[in-house]
Design a protein around this ligand. Structure first.
Ligand SMILES: Cc1cc2nc3c(=O)[nH]c(=O)nc-3n(C[C@H](O)[C@H](O)[C@H](O)COP(=O)(O)OP(=O)(O)OC[C@H]3O[C@@H](n4cnc5c(N)ncnc54)[C@H](O)[C@@H]3O)c2cc1C
Length: 386
């Protein structure tokens, strides 16, 4: 319902049309087989949609973040899962903002042309979790190479990516003035790395996100794969998070509208006690409530994207958009499940699949508590809690 500028209607129509080739059954089967939606991703890349944030000078379409969020939203709103591809939208941003001219010229045109995928980013570690500055994976310079040792967990899409952004400590924590210093980011060529110092173990879990544990055992990375300045990697990762959070907020908005539409339709059609269940206020009010929440979250999502595209500070809005949208989509998921009664649990309705998928976003890529902590400290000026 929310009326965003007309300029995005064309994108919406095109993505909807593309998504019609990949109906519910397609994503249901992909989920049941714990597979990767290859045909869908190929179609999306083939049509150039994942190059939305790559500037035209590097072969992309330079549409910006707002347009990119519309693409992500429409995928989820059509019943799909943009989680299979969202990494490509924000990981290339890390390269674009912080990479050298040579790196941008080498990688961005083939990414824009769909010949190279940069779907993965490896930050999280099993023993440190959200406390990123304590990561234990190290990259030690030896001549013209860095040698990486350590472990990562929950790293997505490694099996369907050519490149991965890796955060590792290059100066020991004890030797830096600020704990956020001394970490660096690298481009890892996964084809060269897997089996030669990098091993990958999939983690069976609630959502089909192709997520893995990674083990680094003397993995060698050429020095020229360092992105930006050594020791500044944490700052570069943080810079990219606003785009990631806004894109994921849009996916949640898409989920929210999908759940509401399914609930609305079923509430009109399902007859119990000789009347459509939607005639009961006990059924229709929660649907109306969920709709209001999604609409409100959507305003914050567009505000965050607008500020990002205008190169203005948007940390607060991106975090709040992610918080509001993840909460609204989860509420809509519950309402949709409840409206469908027992049928909500049946795989063929796709509600249980989308229910699992949207639940992720209160935990990853940043948990709700950490957004509260951000708002408390950085916006409200409350004392830092950790
Ligand atoms: C399916 C999936 C895909 C993922 N993909 C990737 C990926 O591609 N790349 C990547 O790097 N990571 C990825 N992640 C990891 C994800 O970003 C982390 O799971 C998330 O950041 C939370 O970290 P954690 O799991 O270690 O939780 P922890 O840090 O252990 O936290 C556990 C709980 O405690 C709470 N908590 C912790 N500290 C505090 C505090 N000080 N105050 C209040 N509450 C606190 C948290 O909010 C959370 O609810 C993925 C995770 C999942 C589940």
């Amino acid at each position: 319902m929310f009326n965003e500028p007309d300029e995005y209607q064309e994108i919406r129509d095109a993505i909807r049309q593309l998504c019609r080739q990949f109906p519910d059954e397609y994503f249901r089967q992909v989920d049941e087989k714990s597979a990767y939606p290859e045909a869908f991703v190929d179609a999306l890349i083939g049509a150039g949609w994942l190059a939305a944030m790559i500037p035209e000078e590097y072969g992309g379409t330079g549409l910006g973040l707002t347009a990119a969020t519309v693409i992500m939203e429409e995928i989820n709103r059509s019943g799909g899962n943009a989680g299979a591809v969202h990494g490509q939208m924000y990981n290339m941003g890390t390269l674009l903002r912080n990479g050298s001219k040579a790196q941008k010229e080498k990688y961005l045109p083939p990414i824009a042309a769909g010949k190279l995928r940069i779907q993965s980013m490896a930050v999280t570690e099993p023993t440190t979790g959200t406390d990123t500055t304590k990561i234990k994976t190290t990259a030690v310079r030896r001549g013209d190479r860095y040698v990486v040792n350590g472990q990562k967990v929950w790293i997505s899409r490694v099996q369907h990516s050519d490149l991965m952004i890796l955060l590792a400590r290059t100066t020991p924590l004890a030797q830096v003035k600020k704990k956020s210093e001394g970490m660096s980011i690298f481009i890892v060529d996964l084809h060269q790395a897997i089996g030669k110092g990098l091993s990958v173990r999939p983690i069976p879990n609630l959502v089909n996100h192709e997520t893995n544990e990674l083990f680094f055992d003397n993995l060698e990375i050429p020095q020229e794969n360092l992105i930006g300045e050594e020791g500044q990697g944490f700052k570069y990762i943080l810079d990219g998070l606003n785009a990631e959070r806004t894109l994921i907020a849009a996916e949640c908005i898409g989920d929210g509208y999908w759940f509401i539409e399914r609930a609305r339709k079923y509430a009109c059609e399902r007859i119990v006690f000789d009347r459509p269940i939607g005639k009961n206020q006990g059924v229709q009010f929660p649907i109306a409530d969920a709709f209001i929440e999604v609409e409100a979250a959507n305003l914050m999502r567009f505000e965050a994207a607008r500020l990002f595209d205008a190169h203005q500070p948007c940390g607060a809005q991106a975090n709040m958009a992610k918080y509001l949208a993840a909460k609204a989509s989860w509420e809509a998921a519950n309402v949709c499940m409840q409206t469908h009664g027992g049928f909500g649990f049946a795989n063929e309705y796709d509600i249980e699949r989308k229910f699992r998928e949207t639940r992720l976003y209160q935990v990853a890529p940043i948990s709700t508590n950490l957004i509260y902590a951000y708002v408390a400290e950085h916006i409200l000026g409350l004392p830092r809690s950790f």
